[in-house]
Design a protein around this ligand. Structure first.
Ligand code: F6R
Length: 606
């Protein structure tokens, strides 16, 4: 959480940093700040405020003098409330510093260095700035090295020293920093999307290495001062795709981009009409020899794992667990060298998922990461990586990352079925044929977005809502409910519809909105009778139903017909409908769809 930017070069830094911070606001938007250091005059300017980057932009408008070196920050509050003082950068003496992560021992450090009197904020970050300032005797490397030896926790630290004009220093443990040559200078950020349109390649700063950004050069050193080679990766994301285009919100744009993102995720993995994961480097024996599969992931990514579980059990007849990554290692999971762990993550930086993956590997498990952001921490930690081709996802609520995760997992299960001798050539072809239809079936739903918008209007006043279904329908409703609650603030529960009558049906009253998804042939009759149970308690039911299913003569508040596919592939059109529903409810309630309250897109704290 928190977004960090730094630039040093020949161009004016203020707008450059503000623009990049705006692209990083998905990582937190409680406060924003910017510090510049003018190489000619030696003058430091520090601007920060509670609120959004746009508020900071307003404050910076008054600044006349141009600086070409600066650091910026957008915050998701952890230590200390949302206030101007707690906003970064923090300045202590000669040190200006921004931080992403959590320093766990900051109270101890306060005592050890007797810092109480000089601190102005409640943050762990200012303590780090103060320690660094104490240890700084004119040699930045020595001060940084000594400081990080004191720190417990995770950190990406970006630093300017008042007497080191035009140079930015950075060091990290777990929390990400990437860097690039960009816009007539060099730049660093928490995420590639913020590196500026001019950047063509980027590097991931290795942990516990000191990076120096100079106007013309990026230098890396280990903690003993030994220089290290910098390795660059091509930026193959079209950074212009990170704009909103003609859409009012990123979330809508990203929902609409799904068919293309899904196609791109499939295409590179189909060779001569067969699923082929050789470009991912995933060996067949890993898929053949495992005895159980376990997903570690959080939130939406975990929900993608739940869909895969249904698939793995039904297609592969294999045992599979899907665990909240944050709970995983505290539950003494049964993991051994016959376990294949799938770590699913859009950002590749979610700390709970990263730690769960490390734990599973220590126990001997093989691992495949399903990741959207190239070179991210989870990707680097895993034995193998399958990248989703979603491109940059900016809206906090995940949409295209989820559906491309699903596509990737479907491909993985298809390949496993083949190498384990479950699919013959004909079965593989049929499976792939269905999967290849998923983008176009999703497009059919997106083309009817105005019908879903009408349904959404009926839900604006709801305080609570339910989503009910069975089997795969239930798995995708868990994600549908998360989407609706996080962007609309309507308390929504997804329920396995047969389970309702064991308690929760007590909450169904006159006009409670219930969204029911019915797409699974073998479950259809039972699902429809569960719907009747809530209707007879007065619920107002919106039905999303597979085309061709006979609904008998029941009446519904609204019915949306989903284009038909083979049952297990119905997750794709149904997900699109649920995403649009959440989106329109949020938009019509006048909420900030892309930045729901209290959230951040990249969760780098446990
Ligand atoms: C919800 C959402 C989150 C993320 C979760 C994991 O819309 O996006 O639930 O799915 O925080 O994030 P990643 O996938 O980056 O590990």
């Amino acid at each position: 959480m928190c977004g960090i930017v730094g630039y040093t070069g020949r161009e004016s830094v203020t707008d450059q940093i503000l623009d990049s911070l705006e692209l990083l606001e998905y990582r937190g938007y409680d406060s924003a700040g910017l510090a510049t250091l003018n190489g000619q005059t030696g003058k430091i300017k520090l601007r920060k405020c509670a609120g959004r980057v746009n508020d900071l932009r307003g404050i910076c408008k008054k600044d006349k003098k141009i600086s070409t070196c600066g650091i910026g920050h957008t915050r998701w509050a952890t230590h200390g409330g949302v206030s101007d003082e707690n906003a970064h950068p923090h300045r202590c003496g000669d040190v200006l510093l921004v931080h992403n992560g959590i320093v766990e021992n900051y109270e101890e450090l306060k005592d050890h260095f007797m810092l109480h009197k000089e601190l102005k904020s409640q943050t762990d970050t200012e303590v780090v700035a103060a320690v660094l300032n104490r240890l700084y005797q004119g040699d930045p490397h020595e001060a940084i090295r000594k400081t990080v030896q004191y720190l417990k926790g995770t950190f990406a630290l970006v630093i300017m020293f008042a007497d080191q004009p035009d140079i930015i220093y950075a060091i990290r443990n777990v929390s990400p920093i990437v860097a690039a040559y960009s816009g007539n200078g060099t730049m660093l950020a928490s995420d590639v999307v913020a590196l500026g349109a001019a950047a063509k390649q980027y590097m991931v700063v290795p942990e516990y290495m000191i990076m120096e950004l100079h106007k013309d050069e990026i230098k890396l050193f280990d903690l003993n001062g030994k220089p290290h080679q910098t390795e660059f990766i091509d930026i193959d994301w079209d950074t212009t795709r990170s704009g909103k285009g003609n859409y009012p919100f990123y979330m809508e744009k990203e929902i609409m981009e799904q068919p293309d993102a899904m196609k791109a995720t499939i295409e590179s993995r189909v060779v001569d009409g067969r699923i082929d994961l050789s470009a991912d480097g995933v060996p067949d024996d890993v898929l053949r020899d495992c005895e159980r599969v376990c997903v570690v992931a959080c939130g939406t990514a975990m929900h993608a794992g739940l869909v895969a579980k249904v698939l793995v059990q039904s297609k592969l007849n294999m045992y599979m667990d899907v665990e909240y990554a944050s709970e995983f290692m505290y539950e003494d999971p049964v993991i051994d060298d016959k376990t294949l762990v799938l770590a699913i993550s859009q950002s590749g930086e979610t700390i709970d998922t990263l730690e769960a993956l490390k734990y599973a590997r220590r126990k001997g498990a093989k691992s495949i990461a399903v990741i959207n952001v190239k070179g991210s921490s989870i990707a680097r930690e895993s034995d193998y990586v399958m990248y989703t081709a979603a491109g940059p996802e900016i809206a906090v609520a995940s949409t295209k990352a989820y559906t491309t995760q699903l596509i990737t997992l479907f491909l993985l299960v298809g390949r496993m079925a083949k190498v384990r001798g479950i699919f013959d050539d004909a079965a593989e072809k049929e499976y792939l044929k269905n999967l290849l239809q998923a983008p176009e079936k999703m497009q059919e739903v997106l083309d009817q977005k105005y019908d879903i918008h009408k349904i959404a209007r009926e839900m604006l006043d709801a305080k609570d809502a339910f989503m009910i279904g069975r089997g795969l329908d239930y798995s995708i409703l868990l994600e549908g409910a998360l989407k609706l609650k996080e962007v609309s603030y309507i308390h929504t529960e997804a329920y396995a519809s047969g389970e309702l009558k064991h308690g929760t049906i007590a909450l169904i009253t006159e006009n409670t909105p219930v969204v029911a998804v019915v797409t699974q042939t073998k479950l259809k009759d039972k699902e429809l009778s569960n719907i009747r149970e809530v209707q007879s308690r007065g619920a107002s039911v919106v039905l999303l139903v597979k085309d061709g299913f006979d609904l008998a003569d029941a009446e519904y508040a609204d019915v949306f017909t989903l284009p038909a596919m083979a049952d297990e592939f119905m997750v794709f059109p149904a997900s699109a409908a649920l995403q649009l529903l959440a989106y329109y409810v949020s938009m019509d309630k006048g909420l900030d769809v892309d930045k729901p309250r209290n959230l951040a897109k990249v969760v780098t704290v446990e």
